[in-house]
Ligand binder design. Structure first.
Ligand SMILES: Cc1cc2nc3c(=O)[nH]c(=O)nc-3n(C[C@H](O)[C@H](O)[C@H](O)COP(=O)(O)OP(=O)(O)OC[C@H]3O[C@@H](n4cnc5c(N)ncnc54)[C@H](O)[C@@H]3O)c2cc1C
Length: 436
């Protein structure tokens, strides 16, 4: 948050000028600010950590910064659930869970996001048998457009819970979230470069060869940087601090950032520089789950990510590789590939289908239109669903048919926010007006 009138996201590619920024610390304040905004005819938009690349959190109305609304409110040791205020960051949540002998079942690459922000866009990690973060939500409290508090669980307002787990900020202010956690666990990680054709020759076998598998194809090379994390009871064998600093901070951030800056000025050098990336060698260690799942990301970039049917990934990635080669696109950022189990959430990118994800990135300030639009056309052929928090060029008309439960979401939206109190330009584009 820069100041009271100008806000920009982490990547710096989205800006807005809210009429006011509020920083509530209680649910009563949240209710009051929604009622006040309704009386003043203003719109309301919550912001988490601003880690979305789309203008999903932008508003010219009242912006609600929930970073001070971040406590753990309850813990049911038997059910292994915790109830938290919506602004808690995933890193703080992981610490709080660990103190209770618990952990999040699966996580993405970073832990800066707030729980409400991360789940609003169906943030995910990777895992053949594991769903996204939203699929672990078992209860929520939301403030609807008229200021009423709506509580939802599997046995109470089940349709609201189903939709609000991936609410893309359209259904109301999320006040609290109840998460299904799992007993704390460690991950044994193997990170190593492998030839990408070898990975793709048995994609299913490779991606299911450990609990959480992902890889990054390095453009202009035949290599994939692979990560395989296996859940284990073995004692922790973390990398020494200096090695961790080198692997997680210096190489992927400081050194890689320098390569990206050179590449932005001298794109012709990128293919030669890319050959350095697969020379990182093999790393193996065992550590607390969140410390293995997530790491610092200091190099700023723009990203687009698509979910397609899992079985289509090898063919689709082949087409992305040909696009890069044939269009002569110079890329310093690898292309990330992950898998996620299906879920039953209307607007989850994994709704009703086992999904594979292809994510493309460019260094901040690099033109991306030709690359991202080219990749999007490929993903369109597979009924691709864009990550709600990452860049894409879709509209409600192109998205509705890709989500079989689209109408269920719109019905809940009409009920909770009939006046469009929580909408913004992005939501008008991807969901249409509330009356749709
Ligand atoms: C470096 C980096 C790495 C990333 N890695 C991954 C990854 O591994 N996997 C992945 O899937 N995604 C990843 N993302 C994307 C990111 O997880 C999502 O964009 C996520 O939504 C950002 O969370 P946030 O807290 O910053 O929310 P914001 O971007 O601030 O907001 C996202 C949405 O949530 C809404 N929202 C926030 N709080 C509330 C609330 N209390 N009530 C109602 N609505 C609310 C906002 O209005 C907005 O609509 C990454 C992004 C970056 C920048």
């Amino acid at each position: 948050m820069k100041d009271r009138t100008t806000w920009s996201n982490w990547a710096g590619n989205q800006m807005c000028a809210p009429v006011a920024v509020r920083r509530p610390t209680s649910e009563a304040e949240l209710v009051r600010l929604v009622v006040d905004a309704a009386n003043a005819g203003q719109r309301v938009k919550c912001v988490g950590a601003g880690h979305s690349f789309t203008p999903i959190a932008c508003t010219d109305g009242v912006m609600v910064d929930l970073s001070g609304y971040d406590r753990v409110l309850g813990h049911d040791p038997e059910a292994r659930t915790v109830t938290v205020e919506a602004g808690i960051s995933l890193s703080k949540l992981s610490e709080e869970l660990d103190q209770r002998g618990l952990a999040l079942e699966n996580m993405g690459d970073i832990a800066y996001q707030s729980i409400a922000g991360a789940t609003a866009t169906a943030t995910h990690g990777t895992g053949w048998h594991f769903g996204n973060l939203s699929s672990r939500i078992v209860g929520m409290r939301l403030i609807a457009g008229d200021g009423s508090v709506v509580e939802c669980r599997a046995d109470d307002n089940a349709d609201v819970l189903a939709a609000a787990r991936v609410g893309i900020g359209a259904l109301g202010v999320v006040s609290t979230v109840t998460i299904q956690a799992v007993p704390a666990f460690r991950l044994h990680a193997i990170e190593e470069p492998i030839r990408v054709d070898e990975v793709l020759a048995d994609f299913d076998g490779f991606m299911s060869s450990a609990d959480h598998v992902e890889f990054f194809w390095v453009p202009h090379t035949a290599w994939a940087l692979t990560k395989r994390n296996r859940r284990t009871d073995e004692p922790a064998a973390p990398r020494p601090k200096v090695k961790r600093l080198l692997d997680d901070v210096i190489l992927p951030n400081v050194a890689f950032g320098a390569l990206c800056r050179i590449g932005r000025r001298k794109p012709d050098w990128i293919p030669r520089m890319a050959k350095i990336l697969p020379s990182t060698g093999r790393v193996e260690y065992t550590d607390r789950s969140d410390r293995v799942f997530t790491s610092p990301r200091l190099v700023r970039f723009y990203e687009m990510e698509y979910a397609i049917p899992r079985e289509a990934i090898p063919e689709a990635l082949g087409r992305v590789r040909r696009l890069v080669d044939e269009a002569g696109i110079q890329l310093s950022f690898p292309v990330e590939v992950r898998v996620v189990a299906p879920d039953d959430i209307p607007l989850s990118t994994a709704s009703g289908r086992a999904s594979g994800y292809i994510a493309v990135h460019v260094y901040k300030g690099t033109p991306y239109d030709a690359y991202f639009q080219g990749v999007e056309r490929i993903m369109d052929a597979y009924g691709g669903r864009p990550h709600w928090g990452k860049m894409h060029f879709q509209r409600a008309e192109t998205l509705a048919q890709r989500y079989p439960r689209w109408d269920e979401f719109q019905a809940v939206r009409r009920r909770l926010d009939p006046e469009g109190r929580f909408t913004n330009q992005y939501l008008e584009r991807v969901l249409g007006p509330v009356t749709t």
